[in-house]
Design a protein around this ligand. Structure first.
Ligand code: PLP
Length: 295
């Protein structure tokens, strides 16, 4: 069984109902060229994506990821995706990858080729590198200025801030800057001094027994992992809240994590070179929960 699977998808209109969805997928070899040179995803990063974690053949949080894909499409004026078709594509990929181990399934919806007839869509499933280091030992993080304030999304919707667009060059540059400063990852801070998110993760902190994450103001992505963890914490009697978090509250937290679909929960062990309290037991409990099959 191949460890990677790539499906090119003929995107259907959101309301189309097709009996044989398999006919709209075409498997291609990940090593072979499959996109046209005029693709706007490659030329301009003009498209959206999702990355879904797969644990032992089960794709986690598929619906929340697909809802976010739909929301990103709306923000970017892309045609609304047909979620039933995407679900079927995910099921097809799951049937073709090994039934054990961790995988990532990336969904991409691009504006297509300039003046082309339709958007371009594909799915790529690949094995995930070993994540035991960040999950078990934690990560060192630095705060980095995001360059705009918390209200930027409302004031300037053309910045597409709440959408998960393919344009991740800035996010990758932030991780390189974190590494230059001797850390593993970054926490973006708004120009007005509030915690936002990591370049590829959401921030959760615990202070006085309350778990907090930045209010989804439209300037950050609403993380599926954070939402699932909050539902779980609330179900076991934890107190969770969305609020504006001044950076000082993160520095003085009792514990803090960066959470995301593939790496899952990574505890922050140091922030801007100052040690942070690291809760190994709670981090292990978070990851045990995040590794169990969830819909
Ligand atoms: N924020 C950003 C900017 C991200 O890129 C990601 C994930 O890639 C997240 C938050 C966390 O989202 P999720 O938990 O759905 O993976």
């Amino acid at each position: 069984m191949p460890a990677t699977v790539t499906l090119l998808i003929e995107p259907l209109p959101a309301d189309a109902s097709v009996d044989d969805l398999e006919r709209t997928f075409r498997e291609v070899d990940q090593a072979e060229p499959a996109l046209r040179v005029g693709e706007l995803s490659t030329q301009r990063g003009d498209g959206i994506f999702e990355t879904i974690g797969v644990v032992d053949g089960h794709a986690q949080e598929v619906r929340p990821h697909l809802e976010r894909l739909r929301n990103s499409a709306r923000i970017c004026d892309l045609p609304e995706p047909n979620l039933v078709q995407w679900e079927a594509a995910i099921a097809t990929a799951l049937a073709r990858i090994p039934a054990t181990g961790e995988f990532g399934i990336k969904l991409v919806l691009s504006r297509g080729v300039e003046h082309g007839p339709a958007p371009t869509a594909w799915l790529a499933a690949s094995p995930v590198a070993d994540q035991s280091g960040p999950r078990e030992q934690g990560i060192r993080a630095v705060t980095l200025d995001r360059g705009y304030d918390r209200g930027a999304a409302e004031r300037a919707p053309w910045l597409l801030l709440g959408a998960k667009t393919l344009s991740y060059a800035v996010n990758m540059a932030a991780i390189r800057e974190a590494k230059r400063r001797g850390a593993d990852d970054a926490v973006f801070v708004s120009a007005d001094g509030y915690v936002m998110e990591g370049p590829t993760s959401s921030v959760i902190l615990r202070r006085g027994g309350v778990y907090s994450t930045p209010a989804p103001s439209g300037a950050i992505l609403h993380g599926t992992t954070q939402q699932s963890l909050f539902e779980h914490l609330a179900a076991i009697g934890g107190q969770v809240e969305y609020r504006d978090i001044p950076v000082a509250d993160l520095r003085s937290a009792d514990a803090a994590w960066l959470v995301s679909s593939v790496r899952l929960a990574a505890g922050i062990t140091a922030l801007d070179d100052r040690p942070m309290p690291y809760d190994a037991a709670e981090t292990a409990a978070f990851n045990a929960y995040l590794l169990t099959p969830r819909d």
